[in-house]
Design a protein around this ligand. Sequence first.
Ligand SMILES: C[S@@+](CC[C@H](N)C(=O)[O-])C[C@H]1O[C@@H](n2cnc3c(N)ncnc32)[C@H](O)[C@@H]1O
Length: 198
Amino acid sequence: MNLKKPLDTWARAFGRGVFPHQMTWVLDLPGRGLIMSPRTVAGRLPLRPDAQVLEVGPGSGYYSVEVARRIPQGRLALLDIQPEMLAKCAEKLRAAGLENFATYPADGQALPFDDASFDAIFLVTVFGEIAEREAFLREAARVLKPDGVLSITEHHPDPDFESAQAVATGLQAHGFEPLQQLGWRWAYTLNAVPRRGG
Ligand SMILES: C[S@@+](CC[C@H](N)C(=O)[O-])C[C@H]1O[C@@H](n2cnc3c(N)ncnc32)[C@H](O)[C@@H]1O
């Protein structure tokens, strides 16, 4: 029996880099909600019922269902570099009776959307996996509406966890102004807005 492939998948799940789609059961562990629940994440987003929202790296949709529920007249765009993740995410949303979403297999470093398309962009345990942060942040600023919010949530024990201070410094260096930090140091959300006019 060749164990190389499964061992490699486990190593990728518990090491740094893109989280493997074969391991989504880890993302869906019931106890995860004690660290960062879907209600907490959704409650930290500026969601009107008709909001246009982009989730980058939804994985299997642990947070997507709650957000889609809160924007019944709006739309949730789900963009992930792994199409297999999007298939699982779509299945979860449909099982919850939700249809107000669309999936986009793409890299967050080149967003396939028009300028000023979204009221909010959110990411949970994804920022540390994006290889070219600068490109992503440039794209995020482009597709956000003028009063739109970029919301980055990080929590342990994600191997790609980045501290709020490191994320805030990166945001400031690449055109965003941090607005508020919520939660605590090992499980937090940082909301930021694009700095307009330079
Ligand atoms: C650790 S999982 C988190 C999934 C989900 N946000 C959650 O918290 O359950 C990271 C996700 O980000 C996606 N991802 C990583 N790099 C990406 C990139 N550059 N563009 C889009 N998605 C990316 C991965 O495919 C994976 O689905």
